[in-house]
Write a protein that binds this ligand. Structure first.
Ligand code: BGC
Length: 532
C-alpha cells in the first residue's frame, strides 16, 4: 500500500458552483479553478476535493448524478478536467472527486430504462423496486432516510430512494432477506454485483485520467438493512483490495467515520463530519439554525468559554484505538451546514480555531473561503439544495468566493442577477485581494500555519498528539517536541507548562512565554519548539 501522501495532505474543498466563473455565465467552472491554481499553491494546499462535477439535473447540487463519466457541461468538459489535473500536479496539488456511490439521479439513463420496464431486468436490477413495500408514505421523512417513492414509469410499484425522492438508491443488496419481502436481493445477486462492477469502472475511469482518489458520499448507505454496516464494509474492503491491486496510490475517504468491526479498515481515513458530535462539540455555531439536533452543545471554541474538550478527545482516541496511525480528516466547515465564521463570531476568533485545526494531528480540510473568514449568509432562498426538505436550505454556506473588489467580488463578470447565489452584500466583506496585502490577515495566518506545518514534520498528521491541558487554555504536544497553546476565549489567561522552559517560538499571535508560563491574550495562540 502506497498512498502515504494523504498523511501530508492539506485538503481544500471546492464547491464548483461558487469558486470561480471563467465564462461569465454566473456559475463556477473548471477553467475558473485552473486560473486560480496559483493562488491555491501560494496558500499551501496540496489536495483539492471537488463536490460532484458530473452531469446532473442539479436538484441536489450535483449529488444527483445523471452520468458518472461526463463532466457537467456547465463546468466544462472531461478534457478540462484532465487539463486541471495536469496543471494542478505541476503545482504539487492532487485532485479528489466526489463519488456518489449510493444513488443516482432519476434522470440517469439506468433509472429511466428500469422505470419503463414492466418486469425485472434479466441482468439484475440496478435499483430497488417493490410492488407493495412497507412504509410507503414518504411525507415528513427526513432527507437521507431510505423510503419508497411511486414508480414514475411503466414499472409497477415503488422504488427506494436514498436521500431525496429524486435520488433512487442503487441496489447493493440487503443483509436480511425475510420471506415476505421477496424483492430484497442478496448482496451477491446479479443487480448488486453489477453495481459493484460499475463502482470499479467509474473509479478506474477517473483514476486513469490522473485523479488521486475519491471522497465517498454516503459511503455507509450501500447495503440496506445492514446492522453495523457489516456487509457494506465487506463491499468497501473488496474495493480497497481492488484499488491496492490496480491503483495503489489512490485514496478513498468516506463521508463520516468508518465503523470498527475488528477487520482491517477499508478507507484511508475517517472524516469527522461537521455534523458529528465530535466536531460539533468543538466548533458548532448553531446561529445559522440548520443544526437543530446539536443546539444544546456549547462548542469549546466559543468566545465565552464554557465548552468541553473531553468529548472530542474521546472520539479522537476511539478513532485511533485499533490503528494508532489512523488518519482523520477534519474540516473548517463544509457545503452542507455552516461556515467557520457564523452569526456573531468575529474575525479575531478565527485565528485560534485555525491554529488548532492546522496543528492538531488531523488531515485538515479547508472549505473554500474559510481561509478569509467568509460568513454564512442567512435568509437566502434555496438553490439546488432543499428540493424535498425546505428546512434543509444550504444556500448560506455556498455563496461565491470573494476574490477582490471588482463587480461580483471578482467571482464572475456576469450580471449580478445571473449569479448562482448572491455575493455577500456587506461592503466590508473579506476578500482574497485585501487580505493578501495585509500580513496580519486571516489569509496570511492560514498560509503561515500551512508553511510551518509543511516544514515541521511534528505538526503534520502522523506524529503523536498528547493533550496536557484539556481546558482553557488548550495545550497539547505534537510528536513530544512541539507545544501548542490556544486560548479560544475573549478572556486573557496563562498556563504554566514546565516543558516550555527554554522553548523557541515558531508562530503565535497575542501570546508570550515567560520562563515556563505561556500568557495569552483573548483568542491568542502560540506554537513552540521544545528544547531537546
Ligand atoms: C452530501 C450532501 C448531499 C447528500 C446526498 C451528503 O453526504 O454531502 O451534500 O445532499 O449526501 O447525496
Amino acid at each position: 500500500m502506497r498512498h502515504t501522501w494523504l498523511a501530508d495532505a492539506v485538503v481544500y474543498e471546492i464547491y464548483p458552483q461558487s469558486f470561480a466563473d471563467s465564462n461569465a455565465d454566473g456559475i463556477g467552472d473548471l477553467r475558473g479553478v485552473i486560473e486560480r491554481l496559483d493562488y491555491l499553491a501560494w496558500l499551501g494546499v496540496n489536495t483539492i476535493w471537488f463536490n460532484p462535477c458530473f452531469d446532473s439535473p442539479f436538484l441536489d447540487a450535483g449529488y444527483d448524478v445523471a452520468d458518472y463519466l461526463r463532466i457537467a457541461p456547465r463546468y466544462g468538459t472531461n478534457d478540462d478536467l484532465v487539463e486541471l489535473v495536469v496543471a494542478a500536479r505541476e503545482r504539487g496539488i492532487r485532485i479528489l472527486l466526489d463519488l456518489v456511490a449510493g444513488h443516482t439521479s432519476v434522470e440517469h439513463d439506468w433509472f429511466r430504462e428500469e422505470a419503463e420496464r414492466t418486469s425485472p431486468d434479466p441482468l439484475g436490477d440496478r435499483y430497488v423496486w417493490a410492488l407493495d413495500p412497507p412504509l410507503r408514505d414518504t411525507s415528513g421523512d427526513l432527507a437521507g432516510t431510505a423510503s419508497w417513492v411511486p414508480s414514475p414509469g411503466a414499472r409497477p410499484g415503488y422504488y427506494l430512494r436514498n436521500f431525496y425522492d429524486q435520488q433512487p438508491a442503487l441496489n447493493f443488496g440487503w443483509t436480511h432477506l425475510p420471506a415476505d419481502e421477496p424483492w430484497r436481493d442478496p448482496v451477491d445477486a446479479p443487480g448488486p454485483q453489477r453495481n459493484r462492477q460499475t463502482l470499479r469502472d467509474v473509479m478506474a475511469f477517473w483514476l486513469d485520467k490522473g485523479v488521486a482518489g475519491f471522497r465517498v458520499d454516503m459511503a455507509f448507505s450501500l447495503v440496506k438493512d445492514d446492522p453495523g454496516h457489516v456487509q457494506t464494509m465487506v463491499l468497501w474492503r473488496e474495493m480497497r483490495a481492488w484499488l491496492d491491486a490496480h491503483y495503489p496510490d489512490a485514496v478513498i475517504v468516506p463521508e463520516g467515520a468508518e465503523p470498527r468491526l475488528g477487520e482491517p479498515l477499508a478507507f484511508n481515513a475517517d472524516f469527522f463530519l461537521v455534523i458529528g458530535a465530535e466536531h460539533a462539540s468543538l466548533f458548532n455555531d448553531h446561529s445559522a439554525g440548520i443544526l437543530p439536533w446539536n443546539e444544546r452543545l456549547t462548542p469549546f471554541f466559543h468566545a465565552q468559554g464554557g465548552g468541553g474538550f473531553i468529548a472530542f478527545e474521546e472520539a479522537w482516541d476511539a478513532a485511533h484505538a485499533d490503528e494508532p496511525g489512523r488518519l482523520v480528516l477534519m474540516a473548517t466547515a463544509d457545503h452542507d451546514f455552516n461556515r467557520l465564521r457564523c452569526g456573531s463570531r468575529t474575525m479575531e476568533q478565527l485565528g485560534s480555531t485555525l491554529a488548532f485545526l492546522l496543528t492538531w494531528g488531523t488531515v485538515p480540510s479547508i472549505y473554500f473561503g474559510d481561509e478569509i473568514g467568509m460568513r454564512y449568509l442567512p435568509d437566502l432562498p434555496d438553490v439546488e439544495g432543499a428540493i424535498c426538505n425546505p428546512t434543509y436550505n444550504r444556500a448560506g454556506c455556498r455563496t461565491p468566493m470573494q476574490w477582490d473588489d471588482r463587480p461580483n467580488a471578482g467571482f464572475s463578470s456576469a450580471a449580478p442577477e445571473l449569479l448562482y447565489l448572491p455575493i455577500d452584500p456587506d461592503p466590508d466583506r473579506p476578500t482574497v485581494a485585501a487580505q493578501r496585502s495585509d500580513p496580519d490577515s486571516t489569509l496570511h495566518l492560514v498560509r503561515d500555519l500551512l508553511a510551518l506545518r509543511a516544514s515541521t514534520p511534528a505538526l503534520r498528521a502522523g506524529p503523536s498528539t498528547r493533550v496536557i491541558n484539556a481546558d482553557y487554555p488548550l495545550a497539547y504536544l505534537r510528536g513530544e517536541s512541539h507545544l501548542v497553546v490556544i486560548n479560544p476565549t475573549q478572556d486573557s489567561m496563562a498556563l504554566t507548562v514546565p516543558e516550555a522552559l527554554g522553548a523557541r517560538l515558531l508562530l503565535g499571535r497575542g501570546a508570550g512565554l515567560h520562563d515556563d508560563v505561556v500568557a495569552l491574550e483573548p483568542f491568542a495562540f502560540e506554537i513552540l519548539e521544545l528544547p531537546r
